[in-house]
Every structure is written in structure tokens, then in C-alpha cells.
Write a protein that binds this ligand. Sequence first.
Ligand code: TRP
Length: 331
Amino acid sequence: MAKPILFSGIQPSERLHVGNYFGALEHFAALQESGKFDCLFCVVDLHSITESFDPKEKKEQILAVAADFLAAGLDPARSVIFQQSQVAAHSELAWILNTITPIGELERMTQYKDKAARQKENVNVGLFDYPVLMAADILLYRAAAVPVGDDQLQHIELARTLARKFNNRFGKTFIEPKGLLARTPRIMSLKDPAKKMSKSQPEGCLFLDDDADAVRAKIARAVTDSGSEVAYDPDHRPGLANLLDLYAAVDPDRREPKTIAKLFAGKQYADFKRGLAEAVARRFEPYRKAKAELARHPERITAMLAEGSAKANRMAAETMHDVKEKLGLAV
Ligand code: TRP
């Protein structure tokens, strides 16, 4: 019997960081390895152009996210890895879904409101319609499972609403997808444990391609809390707790933050930070090597994406055929 489909995407716009790794890439790889799903992983370039961008950089960014997928262990022999804009059906289905999407549903989207407030000079219709394109990405493959960060759950809810609405009105066509959250705690900024790690605060952000020296320097300057003992107390010592969460996330033995704190009992913060920096650098070394190797062969990545996109196009064509039948557009 065919396995349920799993779909997820990453925008080619940001340099990925450790938070993205544990929240997305590592989760994707684990789901692929579980063998429970037929997986599609997409570089969602059409989403990325809803925010200000430089066309001269876009191609590099697309290849970089595809390389991130591969370096994280996604395998084109088992999963379909592809580029959104190479499959025209994403845009086509988004248009059709637009016709059943109440404007009010989109006006409620918190990510839209945040982004519109941030980029006042470029509040374009694409930014507003972003969640409908995302629904199209998912519904097009009749995906049942969608690994995402918690900030995307509202968008998944819209995809479910649109699937239901289409099915009720035109007949059973789509599956209502479910969001899957990664189990790793959110990695917060090294400079402000109340904020998510983000590229907009680069000093507090560990990028996946930071070398060992950069990792050491950033961790050495990370905020801790007053006190001198290494102990895990998220409520009262959030800065230190965030560093212990990070340590636990990169620990090859998968020990709990509390257990790790005990290893540093009686030691200084500085000793702990050195230990953490080494653990982070070691954890991402194979990743950085794999990515550097891929960067030397961009033509391999382009070929891999073309092959993935061809497969995705075949899958998408079946759904679009069905959709057009249901709408009465097939003459
Ligand atoms: N909006 C998602 C994010 O920013 C990216 C995305 C686009 C996506 N289309 C998707 C994620 C479809 C899952 C499924 O993280």
C-alpha cells in the first residue's frame, strides 16, 4: 500500500542557523529515515520573492537551500527534492484556491501582520496571499503530514480549512494535512533568551556555516545570568538554560540539559562555554564539509533539482487533472 505523503519547504532567502537545523532540517531527515512517509522537500522560491530581494542573489540562495537539504541527509534517491517555481501547478492551484479563500481569513494571519508591519514599503498582494500558495504546495500532493515550526500552524490550519471547503463544495479531492512539530526546544538568541534565534540579530545567531572560531567567539559572548554555578533553571536563569538546551541538542549522547549541567558542577561559566562551543563545532563539522563539497559542484545540485522537479510535476499533474474535472473546467 502507498505510504502517506509528507511535504515541507524552506525559503531560499536566509542563511540557515542552528535553530532552523533542529526545528526543520534534522526533523525532515528523521522523518525520511522513519520510512513511514513518501517525502517531498521543496525549495519554496516563489514564497521568497514576496519579501524584498536581489535577483542577482536568488540563484545562489536556491542552490544553497538545496545543498542544505543534502548536507542534512535528505536523499534524492528516496525523497523528492525540488524547486517550487519549476512546478507551475503550485501557482495554478494557488489561483484556484484563492477563489474559495475569504479575505478575512488572510487578514487574521499573524505572520502577514508581522511582515506587513516590518516591510511597510512593500506590502504586496503576494505577501498577503502567501498562505494560499503554501496551502497549494501541500494540497497539490495530497500530503497528510507537514513538518513545520509552531509559527506555521496557523497556515496549516488554513490549508485544512481550504481542503475541507473544496471537498464539500466540489467533491472529495484533497486530504486535510496535519502539522508535525519537532521535539527539540526552540533555540533562543544567544544575546536575548526571550527572542527566537534569528539572522536579524547575527551576534546571537549561530549560522550553520559558521566555522569553529566564529562559533567560539559568539558563544563566549553569549548572555548568561548572574550567579556562577552551572545549573538548569529555565524560569530564573533563561540565558544559561538556553545554552544548556543547545548543548543537549548537539550532544551525541542525547543527554538531558540537567545531566549536562551536572557535568560542569563546580566549574566556571567560561569552562562550560568552551565545552559548549566545542560540542557545537564538532556536531556541525560533517555538515559544513558536505556543504563545502557540494558548493564545488553546483551542476550536481542543478541536475538533482531538475530531476526532482520532473517527478513533482508528474505527481502534480494528476491532482490538477482531478481538480479541473471537479471544477468543470475540463472540456
Ligand atoms: N512558510 C514556510 C516557512 O516559512 C515555508 C513553506 C512554504 C512551507 N510552503 C510550505 C512549509 C509548505 C511547509 C509546507 O517556514
